[in-house]
Design a protein around this ligand. Structure first.
Ligand code: NAD
Length: 258
């Protein structure tokens, strides 16, 4: 299926082969997208270069979204390869680990709150701001959220607030960029074992619960999320913007399980 042929899409957030962004890159390359990649710091450089090569790309750029300068420099370098492109995937989240353990009111701090919102929400619009004039008409931007944005989930704590902010960011960005033909969406993914997820206390317990409580009786995979991401960034989703699509096997519609 070539439904992303001739689309140039930048992928952020690959830290390992388990990363959701890896599954997204795989699905997008299968649909014939041309891909470029970013890595957070030098620890990830050679690994991301290796993955990029698997996806027939040699465009691998440093980008730490905590710094506007790093974002601007990355897009400036991307411009040497791609003067114009068709969108990016923001698959980035971070909060200090101690925020993801225990009673929300007790563990939340001003700093934890700031970092969670800065890296996990602001960075999405910061990237859009920086590359706006490089985006083609019909470009598509995509981010990754989680059910903790809508429901209080034990141990997810301030990340839930940051994801709620991120989902509002999707709507405001969609409204601002829509007149230029740009669509902005989010995927609310079910729990998947990745580096970021392993920071959440009792994550295994959460996965085990979801396995039995999810309508499709399994947890989702990075391939499931990847396929939905490829669809949302393609012209197959030309009428969809400002949307948060749950890719969680239906978990969000349930209340009790057998
Ligand atoms: P991951 O650890 O594989 O990816 C997180 C990525 O964020 C890493 O590549 C890391 O380098 C990047 N990152 C963190 N701080 C950064 C910074 N300052 N600058 C640039 N990059 C930075 O984990 P993942 O689960 O694939 O996470 C990707 C996204 O999916 C996150 O937004 C996460 O909240 C979201 N998500 C994950 C799950 C899950 O259960 N794994 C569920 C729903 C949503």
């Amino acid at each position: 299926m070539n439904f992303l042929a001739n689309k140039r899409i930048l992928i952020t957030g690959i830290a390992s082969k388990l990363s959701i962004a890896y599954g997204i890159a795989q699905a997008m390359r299968n649909a014939k997208a041309d891909l470029a990649f970013t890595y957070q710091n030098n620890k990830f450089k050679s690994r991301v270069e290796e993955y990029a090569a698997q996806f027939d790309s040699s465009i691998v750029l440093l980008c730490d979204v905590a710094e506007d300068k790093s974002i601007d420099t990355m897009f400036k370098k991307l411009k040497d390869y791609w003067p114009k492109f068709d969108g990016f995937v923001h698959s980035i989240g971070f909060v200090p680990k101690e925020q993801l353990d225990g009673d929300y009111v007790n563990v939340v701090t001003r700093d934890g709150f700031k970092i969670a919102h800065d890296i996990s929400s602001y960075s999405f619009v910061a990237m859009a701001k920086s590359c706006r004039n490089m985006l083609n008409q019909d470009a598509s931007l995509l981010t990754l959220s989680y059910l903790g944005a809508e429901r209080a989930i034990h141990n997810y704590n301030v990340m839930g607030l940051a994801k709620a902010s991120l989902e509002a960011n999707v709507r405001y960005m969609a409204n601002a960029m829509g007149p230029n033909g740009i669509r902005v969406n989010g995927i609310s993914a079910g729990p998947i074992r990745t580096l970021a997820a392993s920071g959440i206390k009792n994550f295994r317990k959460m996965l085990a619960y979801c396995q039995v409580a999810t309508p499709i009786r399994r947890t989702v995979t990075i391939e499931d999320v990847g396929k939905a991401a490829a669809f949302l960034c393609s012209s197959l989703a030309s009428g969809i913007s400002g949307e948060i699509l749950h890719v969680d096997g239906g978990f969000n519609i349930t209340v009790m399980h057998e």
